[in-house]
Design a protein around this ligand. Structure first.
Ligand code: ADP
Ligand code: MG
Length: 717
């Protein structure tokens, strides 16, 4: 590569980069003092509020009681005082619109004094709790016309307010629900909160059956693992496709990819470690319990997972985690890519959502204990999950349907678009016994002998893991592995909570009033296994054989977003959400339209990028190279050697091919109307252009190639 090419200068700049890492020092600032230091936490509230006010806040958080208005006022006043004492000059209502993003509107605490003098904070607390951003520019799927713009945000007390420090000031951030003037939810948080209420109500009925006297509020728990890529920011800015679409639309496979499997759990590079420490520190400050970090399978790919929390809080924290990853990467001269498939040919990124339900009195309700066959309460909850996931598998698939995620699901990558449940040996066996008439034993975990005297015997888990399953039981929780890396986890969790509420409702209906509870449980669970057992699958989810078998079992295989989205608005799904008060038919249809619209917009941007890059960056250099080869060839002919002929023919025909592919793309793009047109016409036309361009990449002189290559982006840091 000649030193004059922009790519060569990029590489040189990265190599010459000075390392200035040390901004985090956990010795001087211990995690204990850092954790939660920027949150308006229960501890802060306890110190600042009158005891009765604090008690009211606690019962809102723990028992789901409505916060009385007078109390809200006091809390808001304390929140403001706390924030101002920490140096905040502004506050922002943070909300989660249907785009899946995080939105915020900032206001200052200050007004000029009456004599026009110094600004003073004469701010009423109340305003903190409720806000009114203009809702007209947020997608609602037709629920709101542009002229009916009023939208309200309201503080969700279960999600603590926090302060965000930026270079020139401090902002108080308040997590809120976002609804329209007519009361429709315009966000992802409101239905999540409603689904939590529905789940609590039905779970309570089941717990009562088992004779519990004291039953605290039941809520879903979630621990979302986030996968992401890091590349040098200089490369990121040199790739218009990464900049605007989040993924590379071109790029020949590098000579070395992930085939050595040497990256997974490998030594974390220094530069990335520095980034990770800072990410953890920033998350700790915000009370986000970051727990694990490691290299993922693909080169340049990493993962972060928090300790699980109540699902609503986990969803908010997940949104903040994505923001912190991006911000911190930028500070370290890196770009954090959250797209589901930034690079073709290496693994994509998901967000495995570990999900369970529980409360403070009965604990984790999906914990089987040592002998699950005797644990009827656990079996009822697990049976309810089986039934729910089978009955609403298409809906679950639709809840993770995005343009980006289509490159993972249904594209021979973890996991397939077919929703199935992996139970593990022990549980699969228990349910098999139930099917056969009654469960009497549980396979025991046993120990694993390593065969080296100095090493201890390890207690084995009762079930192995299955990395190809979309929905896997992991010992005391289910892991929904199909969620996209870039997605908000709120919608999939809302679906999980709601379908489980429906199944618990069904089971409670069947079991309440039974004279012999154990017998009734065996009966209804057997029915569930008979009717829904085909959702259980422990084999290789990637195999052709499974695809054929799943079809025989009648399990939907909705490969693309176009196939999946209609499942959001089937009569059965509308009834489900209406019955449990989570979403109205109008809200649901609105969401469906927003998802279609988002999908089309993403593909439109991608198609424009393919056209622009191929036409204005690739074609000119390829055509110029072809003509220089032609010239060279005729000159060399003088000496009677036909040198350059083979390459010339290849390049020239690819240039012609590129023009043809591009015309086909322009046509498909122009004609695209329905979601299906984009999926089945525009996307394949884009893919064809890519094939040609990637071939050219293998033929053109390296210093002419205008885009950073896969090798550079994935391996140079
Ligand atoms: P894996 O080995 O699957 O990659 P990780 O340790 O990366 O596991 O992540 C597991 C996640 O599951 C963590 O976020 C953890 O807190 C979460 N988890 C554990 N128990 C529960 C539970 N009861 N409910 C929800 N999530 C849970
Ligand atoms: Mg993990």
């Amino acid at each position: 590569m000649s030193n004059s090419s922009p790519r060569a200068s990029a590489v040189a700049a990265i190599a010459a980069r000075k390392t200035e890492y040390a901004s985090v020092n956990f010795v001087e600032e211990t995690p204990e003092t850092v954790f939660g230091s920027n949150t308006f936490s229960l501890a802060v509230m306890k110190a600042m509020l009158k005891p009765e006010t604090f008690a009211a806040v606690e019962s809102t958080i723990h028992e789901g009681e409505r916060l009385p208005l007078g109390v809200a006022d006091d809390v808001a006043e304390a929140m403001k005082n706390w924030a101002v004492s920490r140096g905040a000059t502004h506050y922002a209502h943070v909300f989660y619109p249907l785009t899946g993003a995080t939105a915020e509107k900032h206001d200052s605490f200050y007004d000029p004094s009456e004599d026009g003098g110094a600004a003073i904070s004469k701010f009423r607390g109340k305003t903190l709790i409720q806000g009114e951003p203009d809702a007209s520019s947020f997608p609602s799927g037709g629920l709101r016309a542009t002229h009916s713009a009023r939208g309200y945000t309201a503080w969700d007390a279960t999600s603590p307010a926090y302060i965000v420090e930026s270079a020139n000031g401090i902002t108080l951030c308040i997590p809120t629900s976002f609804v329209s003037w007519t009361g429709e939810a315009l966000d992802t948080k409101t239905p999540l909160l409603k689904s939590r209420q529905a789940l609590d109500k039905q779970a309570q009925r089941i717990l009562k059956l088992f004779g519990h006297k004291e039953i605290a509020q039941v809520h879903a728990t979630a621990g979302p693992e986030q996968e992401y890529f890091l590349i040098d920011k200089i490369f990121f800015y040199a790739r218009p496709d990464l900049l605007s679409a989040g993924r590379t639309l071109f790029g020949a496979p590098p000579p070395k990819g992930q085939e050595f499997e040497d990256h997974y759990f490998g030594l974390i590079p220094d530069r990335v470690m520095a980034f990770m420490f800072e990410v953890d520190r920033e998350l700790f400050k915000l009370g986000i319990p970051a727990k694990t970090r490691h290299n993922e399978v693909a080169p340049g790919q990493f993962e972060i997972a928090p300790l699980f929390e109540s699902a609503n809080l986990a969803a908010d924290h997940q949104q903040t985690t994505m923001a912190v990853l991006k911000k911190t990467a930028d500070k370290h001269g890196l770009a954090c890519l959250l797209h589901e498939k930034p690079f073709a040919g290496v693994n994509g990124s998901g967000k495995h959502v570990n999900w369970s339900l529980g409360n403070s009195t009965q604990g984790n309700l999906l914990d089987p204990g040592e002998t699950p066959h005797e644990n009827a309460q656990f079996l009822v909850f697990a049976g309810a999950v089986l039934r729910a996931v089978h009955k609403f598998s298409a809906l679950l698939r639709a809840s993770v349907a995005t343009a980006g995620n289509d490159h993972r699901l249904g594209a021979n990558e973890a996991p397939p678009a077919i929703v199935s449940i992996y139970l593990g040996d022990q549980l699969a066996d228990v349910f098999e016994q139930i099917r056969a008439g009654g469960a009497t034993t549980s396979k025991q975990r046993g120990t694993l002998k390593i065969g080296v005297d100095i090493l201890p015997e390890l207690p084995k888990d009762a079930g192995d893991r299955n990395r190809t399953s979309s929905f896997a039981f992991n010992g005391n929780r289910f892991e929904f592995r199909a969620v996209g890396a870039n997605q908000s986890v709120a919608a999939p969790i809302t679906v999980l909570n709601t379908i489980l509420a429906e199944s618990l409702d069904y089971l409670a209906g069947r079991l309440e009033g039974a004279t012999d509870l154990n017998r009734a449980i065996q009966e209804v669970l057997k029915e569930i296994v008979d009717k829904h057992g085909q959702i259980i699958f422990g084999g290789d989810g990637y195999s052709e054989a499974w695809h054929a078998e799943a079809a025989d079992r009648g399990l939907p295989n909705l490969k693309t977003t176009a196939d999946a989205l209609p499942a959001l608005i089937t009569p059965e799904v509308v009834d489900l959400f209406e019955k449990y008060g989570v979403l109205t038919e109008a809200e649901l249809k609105g969401r469906y339209l927003v998802q279609c619209d988002q999908y089309v917009k993403h593909l439109n941007v991608e198609a424009k990028l393919v056209e622009e890059i191929a036409q204005t960056k690739i074609f000119p250099v390829a055509a110029a190279y072809a003509s220089s080869l032609a010239e060279g060839e005729s000159r060399l002919n003088v000496v009677g050697v036909a040198s350059g002929r083979v390459t010339l023919e290849k390049v020239a025909s690819l240039v012609a091919q590129l023009e043809g592919d591009l015309s086909a793309l322009y046509e498909a793009h122009k004609a695209a109307m329905e979601v299906e047109d984009w999926t089945f016409k525009v996307l394949p036309a884009m893919a064809k252009v890519r094939v040609t361009v990637d071939e050219l990449e293998g033929l053109l002189p390296d210093d002419l190639w205008p885009l950073p290559t896969y090798q550079e982006m994935l391996f140079i840091k």
